[in-house]
Structure formats: C-alpha cells, structure tokens
Design a protein around this ligand. Sequence first.
Ligand SMILES: Nc1nc2c(c(=O)[nH]1)N[C@H]1C(S)=C(S)[C@@H](COP(=O)(O)OP(=O)(O)OC[C@H]3O[C@@H](n4cnc5c(=O)[nH]c(N)nc54)[C@H](O)[C@@H]3O)O[C@H]1N2
Ligand SMILES: Nc1nc2c(c(=O)[nH]1)N[C@H]1C(S)=C(S)[C@@H](COP(=O)(O)OP(=O)(O)OC[C@H]3O[C@@H](n4cnc5c(=O)[nH]c(N)nc54)[C@H](O)[C@@H]3O)O[C@H]1N2
Ligand code: SF4
Ligand SMILES: [Mo]
Length: 720
Amino acid sequence: MTTGEERITYCQICEALCGLVATVADDRLVRLRPDPAHPMSAGYCCPKGIAMTEIQNDPERVLHPLRRVGDTFERTTWEGALDEIAERLRSIRKQFGPAALALYAGVPSSFSFGHLTWVRGFLEQFGSPHGYGAVSQDIGSRLAACQLLFGHPFSAPIPDLDRTSFLLIIGANPLVSNGSFLTAPRIRERLTGIRGRNGRVIVVDPRRTETAKAFEHIPIRPDTDAWLLLAMLNVIFRDKLESLRVGATGLPRLVSRLAPFTPERAAESTGIPALTIEALARDFAGAGRAVAYGRTGAGRGRFGTLVCFLIDALNTVTGNLDRPGGALFTTTAVPVRAMGQAARLHRIGRVRSDAGNFPDILGELPAALMARQITTPGPRQIRALWVSAGNPVASVPNSREFVDALGQLKLFVSHDLYLNDTNRLADFVLPAQTFLERQETPFFHATNHTSPFVQWSQQVVSPYGEARSEWEVMTDLGRRLGIVPSTVPVLRALHRLRIRLTPRRLIDLGLRAGPYGDRFGLRRGGLSLRRLERLHPHGLRLSEHHPTGVAAKYIRHRGSRVELCPPEIVKELDRLLAGPRIDPAYPLRLVSLRELRSHNSWTHNSPQLMRSRRFAVRVHPDDAAAAGLTDGEMARLSSRTGAVEVPITLSDAVLPGTIAMPWGWGHRGGWSLANRSGGANLNILTSSALEDLEPLAGMTWLNGVPVRLDPPRTGTPSDG
Ligand SMILES: Nc1nc2c(c(=O)[nH]1)N[C@H]1C(S)=C(S)[C@@H](COP(=O)(O)OP(=O)(O)OC[C@H]3O[C@@H](n4cnc5c(=O)[nH]c(N)nc54)[C@H](O)[C@@H]3O)O[C@H]1N2
Ligand SMILES: Nc1nc2c(c(=O)[nH]1)N[C@H]1C(S)=C(S)[C@@H](COP(=O)(O)OP(=O)(O)OC[C@H]3O[C@@H](n4cnc5c(=O)[nH]c(N)nc54)[C@H](O)[C@@H]3O)O[C@H]1N2
Ligand code: SF4
Ligand SMILES: [Mo]
C-alpha cells in the first residue's frame, strides 16, 4: 500500500474521460487507479489510465524550454525562449505578412478549453488563416455532413447507447478506442447491455475487430460504405419502411436519386451479399429504437462526408433522430455550443486553402496541404510553424514530404510533453503540462456524453520542472507582440482593461449562465464552479438521459427542417456512380489499426504499455501467398506515395485484399523506448495529392489506401 494523499481527477487521454484517483506524495504522482465514485466510469479505467503515471514521471519528458543549437538542443529559460520567439515572429510578420505563421494543434488540445481556444485566439489575432490539426484526419467529414444535414457543425447527434435496441456500427472499434465522438466509459458493458435487452449490435468493418468478434460482423471492402448505405436507403423506400418524424426537405429528390443503388450493385462494390443488405435495411427500419453510428472508418475514405451524411440520413428517415434509443442532440451544463459560436469556432469555409480551394472545418484547413503551403511561393506561404500537442510527422499524410518541408521553415516552435518525431526538428521545444498538472473540464467533448454530465478536475500535482500551460504561454507571447489571444472581441476589450481572463473564470461564467447554472444567485441550488468542485469532485450526472423532442432547437436550416438532398451530396452521388479510379499496380487496400495499449503516437514510452506490444501488419493468407510471403516475414508495402519494410502476420481477420497496419509507430524522437520498439510510420504511404483529398471536407484518404505487397528489398524495418 502506498502512502500519500489521494486526489480526484479524470483521464484525458481518450474521450471516455474515466474518473481516476491519484495518490500523491511530496507533490509527485505515486499512482493512479480508477475512481469507483465516478458517476459514469464507476471504477473502470483502461491500462492507459493507470500507465499515465509512467508518462507523468517519465525521465524523458521535456521539463525545460529547449533551444536548438546545431544538431542538438540546449536548455534555455522561458523568458529567453519567448523573447527570441517573439522577436523572430515580429520580423517574419514584417517581412512576409501575418499569413506566414501556421498553427498545428494536435488532438490533446481538444481536451483542454484553455489550450485550444487560446492557441486559436493567438493565431487569429496574429492575422493568419493557417490553422491545421487532426480534424482532416479524423472528424472533419462528420462536421461537414452535420452542416449539410442540420445546418450546423455542432449539431451532431450521438447514439443513445443505453436505450437503443439496434446499434449499427460503421467503421468504429469501440472495444479498443473506448468510444469516439462519444463519451461513454464502460462501453463494453453498454454494448453488451443492448444485447441483454434482446437488441443487436452489428459491426460493419473490413477487419473482424475486437468489437466485431464480440457482436455481429458484416465484413465490407474498405471505402465502399456509401454503396451499402445508399442500397439500404433504396430498400427502405422501395419497401415503404420509412417513418420520418422530424421536418425535412429534399426527401423526394433523395429518393429519386436512389434508383441506381440497388442491393445487387452495392453487393459488387462492398462484397456484402445483396440479401444481407436487404435484411439489414429491413431490420434496422423495423427495430423501433435503432441508431447508426460511424466513426473514423466511415469518414476518411474518398467519400467520407457522403458516408457520414448517409448515416445520419438513415437515422432521420427511419424516425430515429431525436427519439429515445436513436440519435440524440445533447444537452450540456456549460453551454459549449453557444460559447464555441461566440468564439467563432463553429464556422466551415471561413477561409479556403490556396491549393485545391478546400474549406476550413472549424478553423482547420486540410493538414495534407501543410507541406505544400510551406514549400510553394505565394503571399500566404508558411514560414513559421507552431505545433501545440501534435506529432504531424506521424499523423499527417506523406510524412516524408512533410519532414522535408519542415527544413524550409524560418521558425519552428513546439509545445509538448516530449521530444517527438516532429519537434525533434524544431527550433524551440517548450515544456507542456500534463492534464494532472492543470485544472480542467470536458468542454469540447461535453456534447458527446451519453448523459448530461459535468466535472471539474483539480490540479493533482504542481507542474513538474518548468512545464507551463498553453493558455499562459499564448498570453505571455501575445503580450510581447501586442496580441490578446482571444477570438472574442469583448474578451479582448476586458483583457485590455486588465480584467484577467482565465479558462477557469470563463467556464464558471458559462456554467452559471447555463441550463443547470445558479444564474449568478438567481436560481437556488444551481451550479457554479465552486459548488461543483466542492460538492461533486467526482463529477455530476445531471440527468439519466438527454431530452428528446428537441430537434427544432438544433436544426438550423429554415423551418428547422433536415436537408436530405443538398447539391453537394447530389454531386457526390454522381461521382460515386462514375466509379473509382483504380490503379492495377496497387491492388490491395490499406486500413489503419489502433491498439488498446497505445494512444495515437504518444504513449509509446511507457514500459507498462509497451511490454506486450509488437508491431505487425495484418495480411490475409491469400494475399501473402500471392506475394510469396509467409507468416512473420518482412515485406515491402508500397503505395504511389512511398514504401516501408515491415514484418507481417497472417490473419484471416482481414478480408482478402485488405491490409491492416497499426499506425503511430516508427519513432525517432527523444523517447528511447518508443524508438526501440520498431515498426514503421504508416503515413509514409498516405497521399497528400490534391486529387486524393475528399472534396467536401478535405479529408485525408486513410481508409482503403491502394497499396501493393512484395518481398522486401533490404530485409530491415524502415523507420519513420
Ligand atoms: N495513418 C493514420 N494516420 C492518422 C490516423 C490513423 O488512424 N491512421 N488517425 C488520425 C487521428 S484520428 C488523429 S486524432 C491524429 C492525431 O494526431 P496528432 O494529434 O498530431 O498526434 P498524437 O499522436 O495524438 O500526438 C499528440 C502529441 O501531444 C503531446 N501531448 C499530450 N498531451 C499534451 C498536452 O496536454 N499538452 C501539450 N502541449 N502536448 C501534449 C504528446 O506528447 C504528443 O506529442 O492522427 C491522425 N493520423
Ligand atoms: N486504444 C486507443 N484508443 C483510441 C485511440 C488510440 O490510438 N488507441 N485513438 C483515439 C482517437 S484520436 C480516435 S479518433 C478514436 C477513433 O475511434 P474508432 O474510430 O472507434 O477507432 P478505430 O480503431 O480507428 O476504428 C475504425 C475502424 O474502421 C475500420 N475501417 C477502416 N476503413 C474502413 C472502411 O472503409 N469502412 C468501414 N466500415 N470500416 C473501416 C477499421 O478497420 C477500424 O476497425 O479512437 C480514440 N481512442
Ligand atoms: S479508456 Fe483509458 S485512456 Fe480512455 S479515458 Fe479511460 S482510462 Fe483514459
Ligand atoms: Mo482522432
């Protein structure tokens, strides 16, 4: 038994946001365990939550500002680093204009209100359109689809897991990911609960994943989900199984477009028998409380926005939008949508990319275009890059092109916990705080909780070394440049009146003004931040379920009607019918794979997590045989963009023709265990070519990337 004081917090590695209890001695973290009193996770956490202790205490964490000197880094002071960065930014702005600065904010920024809003505020006030991040590798297509259907990217319904009797999962693996765009800790139990109520969970995935194994699996060829969904809609309207319960426009137009998408033609594309498609459509429409839920496997193919659109269109036309057990618009304690809107984070297409004219999605342009924007001369050429909580060398497409482009920057700053595969090339690396070193509330993820829920976590330990929070760094840097890092004019005005704005203060204002708030004393028993932290340190579930019958509030199109057939979608249908461009030189289709004991590219220096992890690319025995390869051998995997040499493992869990490769490996950074763990960087294979980006949201093509498999040339694993 460890001695020390216990503090309550919650895990901010993934979106489940499980409650944790930290043991602290002498202001150092001793251990983490699941919090049995957390209202949602109730004593559950995954191995990563426990292993966060090793990350917190990792001797290889960056704890002091580092400045590049030749090929190495040397320690510097915060004052020295920020002075020099400000000076260089000033001169870059003077010489090249404000668009010369770009920001890449990685996915951990979305776990922190202060982080994302302050870095975005800084970029906007600097005057640059160049926001980038994980959106175009992750959720952009879903947000664009919600804009088309419901008129607002924040109007994204989530599956009502605890009341549904039919969950159709398209391209998600919640038993490993623990749920995404969905905050639902203990998700295994909740899915099992659906079956326990005599319901069904069906997983459409090219791989027999952990989730597919546990429930019903419908294998599908990668990047063909649009065909499946259109054929389901075709059957539903053909057999008059629809039951629209919310106002909608465009239904007759949508129906008139469905004729070519018969189950038979869909069977040819998807590999799913026509009879299975027919049965799935009928069962879904007849289930009463059904919901289709798609995630990264749905939204990152060549038709990502169309697929996301069709998933919610299916929910809508079967009467499952905004009803118990269906797809729900959610209520939050802090008015996230209103605050996001006030901060102007909600817009799509506010700026456009120079190459390809792609719209930004919530302030992010396609990350695939970053390298080109650094290397191509023009008035908005990027000369300085700020990477906050990101590892784009591992996570954005065409890594080699991106690494080369980094070499052309005049200034490259990163704020991170580690020297990772990207910022090892930076001019400055600034030490970031872990979530255990700051106060926090789930802000951007609050809309995805399966019940209205709110929590405020205390600082568990003081920041180690000289780690600082992103919002403080942006404020300090902003002061040097005459910038108040906020997108909200009234907040900037207050700041100039020396009213210090902190994330804590803004969240308190939001909470008190919100639907459960104390309205600044006007509503007895209502919430304020003080009250929340004093009375509910484990978090507070505000009601068992989200209210239904609220769609009109969330649908922003005229007359609160869902738009079922916008012109953008019609165009995509025509493009789908035109058929895929097929390059016979690359006959196999590559998909990415996530593992339970890993998080994206950054938890790979924890001995606890790495002990049992071995990198291996999953290949169907038929495809291996065709390439003359056997189990455990090295193979050469190549695409039009690049090639890697990797060990393969034979597996009939992948469809013939599909290759599944774990992503986030092939490390070269300041994390020695991660470096030693081998593997290769998947994004050496993925494309940043304009014609390979999805047209509506600029999504990177990550699902079903054309590749080929051959015997190796060198026999040694290639690194990132
Ligand atoms: N091929 C392929 N590529 C993919 C994907 C895929 O499935 N396949 N998935 C995509 C998806 S869904 C995503 S979200 C992206 C992720 O892409 P990124 O966000 O670029 O990468 P991460 O691996 O999450 O790296 C996060 C970095 O943040 C640091 N960090 C952690 N916490 C904090 C913090 O609180 N503050 C600061 N300042 N730093 C912190 C970590 O040390 C790490 O260096 O990758 C995408 N790329
Ligand atoms: N353990 C763990 N948890 C994580 C992460 C992690 O790295 N590790 N990352 C976090 C992040 S950033 C995110 S965004 C979420 C992602 O959460 P999920 O999307 O639930 O997780 P994935 O494992 O990427 O699941 C995507 C599934 O889509 C399948 N797929 C690929 N292509 C296609 C296709 O064309 N059609 C269909 N139908 N399926 C396809 C893949 O085989 C895979 O099983 O997970 C989060 N949670
Ligand atoms: S599932 Fe694991 S990584 Fe995700 S929040 Fe819970 S403990 Fe953290
Ligand atoms: Mo993600």
